[in-house]
Design a protein around this ligand. Sequence first.
Ligand code: BGC
Length: 437
Amino acid sequence: MNVYKFPKNFKWGSATSSHQIEGDNRNDWSEWETSKLRVESLKLKGLDPKDFISGKACDSYNRYEEDFDIAKKLNQNIHRFSIEWSRIEPEDDRFDEKEMQHYVNIVKALRDRGIEPMITLWHFTNPIWFAEKGGFLNVNSPEYFTRYVKYVVNNLKDQVGLWITFNEATTVYGGFAYLKGLWPPQHKNIFEWKRVNKNIVRSHTEAYKEIKKIYNQSSPAIHESSKAESQRFLEVTEVEPLYNKVMSHNVEVGLVESNTYSVGGNNFYERIVERIYNYYRNLYSWTKAFPYYDFLGLNYYHVDRRIPGSFISLPKQEMDPEMNWEIYPKGIYYVLKQLTRFKRPIYITENGTADVKDLTREKFIKDHLYWIHKAIQNGVDIRGYLYWSLLDNFEWAHGYKPKFGLVEVDFNNFERHIRPSALEYAKICLTNQLEID
Ligand code: BGC
């Protein structure tokens, strides 16, 4: 038996996003899911449009306490979730206090269970009014986004120390929504794609500065007391409740992107193509937004063989049981090493597999953790691992078919059932170590 110990204070948890779990959202995605164009195109493929409508999702808007009880039972001490902009600001410049209070309650529910909240401010969905203004094509999008961020952060600054501005905005969203036409608003225009990516980076940078400003305005007295608090916090390894005034001077604001593993071609031409591809696919926003982030959030799932001629030396790997993805755990090691150029700590903010039978999930997690551990040993500063996802949920354009959850959700009655692999992951979370035979 080999034992791989993780650093003291390493965080263990799981992640979700608002549109995928809450239910009853009204945003540009919910509009698209029920649009004639979308419904007809699914029917043409012989699919039932009902399976591609988020609807009630996991009903986590009402069941979040039950979800967090499970996360606690699974020994998790960090939880990443997202705030739904369309709930907070349903109309241009009209903020909804009740909805804000809902997220304050969510944070409290996590803290009551000794779980550190990590909040994503944008995870693929936009308020309808913002989408009607062109979304991130709009030159003023950074101001709209920052206004929303300011409202949210002002309401949560005493309870939250870890913020993420955008989830995979340039590495996934930009390409799917503006280049490939697969996600709303289904555009296929390289100039728009470039504009959206640029505006997202601007939005991130402005939001980052705004968040830092808000926390710096906290009184020095709070700073001093929370310094001691945060020191104590850093020493806590087992789950215990933490209340209020968390690290207000120590706020960390990160930017999450997904990276695929992609390595060089076989000749000069292919290597140039690979470098350009790697830059736009993996490194663009972190390069452009530098130095305005305190940590990198890495989502890693699979290998990418789209570069002509590349990977000839890499044999075909096992496929994800439900997504058309080639799984390559060692790839996370290479990706992590590549990210050290940005000189920031890293959280693995997503890593997971869709496996309804739960036959491969335990191995998937352990194999990736093995390479993450290796990266730590080789000097990469990694602070935590968050499995995607806590729950089976609405998997965007794929609808409800793929099952990523540690916890199975019965979408007829919303009952939750913990999968066996979740219990194996819970042992790792509890002991802060990986054991492999
Ligand atoms: C996204 C999640 C998604 C997951 C699995 C990531 O790209 O952030 O929202 O469910 O991958 O596809």
